[in-house]
Design a binder for this molecule. Structure first.
Ligand code: ZN
Ligand code: ZN
Length: 342
């Protein structure tokens, strides 16, 4: 089969022909139809310090995908050949304290497909059946991005949204998803900031009533003005940019909630007293998707027609054009970039 492989501990990715993986007990074999490309794949391609510390080549990369079940391993009764599915890409241990208390998204033994084991930029992938989710009519283009969309659902739906003012900081694909999800979940007002006008236009298309170009305007003052001087009830920080992190804490109202998803590159100094304690706010760190509460919520928003992520998909490439897909992400203007595999 054709696959995108990190062959050696050096920059670059290779289009390779490798054997179809064999399906073990408790697993299914999935013919991948669509896969999503994301920043993680870029880190692996570029062989940055994070990739050097984590990735052990050779490795099939890619962790966002959807496709068709084509073979069942021993013991699988709940899934069928021919079903269209996606999968949670975090394979968790099921035994640690977190797993056993319904918090598998923070399992300390997590193995991620396309990072710690072979991934989805390939014609076929095997997955544990417990990680597989049926698409129930959701197209595979959309199924392929339920992993990053799930991060946005996790970020937004763990806050109290109906009737709230929500400020989304950073309008990359996950930020744009968060805007649409907040609107769909009943936010009264969604405000979004970014430094890229194309991304702000996409956020507006996803339902943001107020967009702030952070390269030109006073972000915090604009949020205060838009919320009657209070600040936003809920702030979703999706950028990881140090300056934006401080804006997130300055723009949340007293007693509000800050959801942190963007990952800063290094340490960011925090004034705990004035930014957090004296404001009486709640801070929540978002990792992955809740298993499987987030997935069920997401599937219902999608099948119920409450939320349409398709405007965020801006580019589609065939599998072998992975370098063009990565270039589109590098440009900073892309929404979600998809590989069409079958
Ligand atoms: Zn991703
Ligand atoms: Zn665990």
């Amino acid at each position: 089969m054709q696959a995108i492989v990190k062959e050696s501990p050096a920059p670059g990715l290779t289009v390779a022909t490798i054997p179809v993986p064999s399906v073990g007990p408790g697993e299914v074999l999935i013919a991948v139809r669509h896969a999503g490309v994301c920043g993680t794949d870029l880190h692996i391609a570029d062989w940055d310090p994070w990739a050097q510390g984590r990735i052990r080549p050779p490795l099939v990369v890619g962790h966002e995908f959807a496709g068709e079940i084509v073979a069942l391993g021993e013991g699988i009764t709940e899934l069928k050949q021919g079903q269209l599915v996606t999968a949670e890409g975090h394979i968790v241990c099921g035994h640690c304290l977190q797993c056993r208390t319904g918090n598998g998204h923070i399992c300390k033994n997590t193995r991620i497909i396309g990072v710690d084991r072979d991934g989805a930029f390939a014609e076929f992938i095997t997955m544990p059946a417990t990680n597989v989710l049926t698409l129930d009519g959701i197209p595979t283009e959309v199924g392929a991005i339920m992993d990053p969309m799930g991060n946005a659902f996790h970020t937004v739906l763990t806050a109290e949204i109906p009737g709230s003012t929500v400020f989304v900081v950073g309008c990359g694909p996950i930020g744009c998803f968060a805007v649409g999800i907040a609107r769909a979940a009943g936010a009264a007002q969604v405000i979004a900031s970014d430094v890229n006008p194309k991304r702000l236009a996409l956020a507006a298309r996803m339902g943001a009533q107020v967009t702030i170009d952070a390269s030109k305007h006073q972000v915090v003052q604009t949020v205060l003005d838009a919320t009657g001087g209070e600040g936003a009830d809920v702030v979703c920080e999706m950028s990881g940019v140090p300056q934006a992190l401080h804006q997130a804490f300055a723009a949340v109202r007293m007693g509000g909630r800050v959801q942190l998803l963007g990952i800063p590159k290094g340490e960011v100094p925090v004034d705990f007293a004035t930014e957090i304690i004296f404001k009486g706010i709640t801070v929540y760190g978002v990792i992955g998707r809740k298993m499987y509460e987030t997935w069920n919520q997401m599937r219902r928003f999608l099948t119920g027609g409450m939320f349409d992520p398709s405007p965020v998909i801006t580019h589609t490439f065939p599998l072998a054009k992975i370098d063009d897909a990565l270039a589109a992400i590098r440009s900073g203007d892309a929404g979600k970039v998809i590989l069409e595999i079958a």
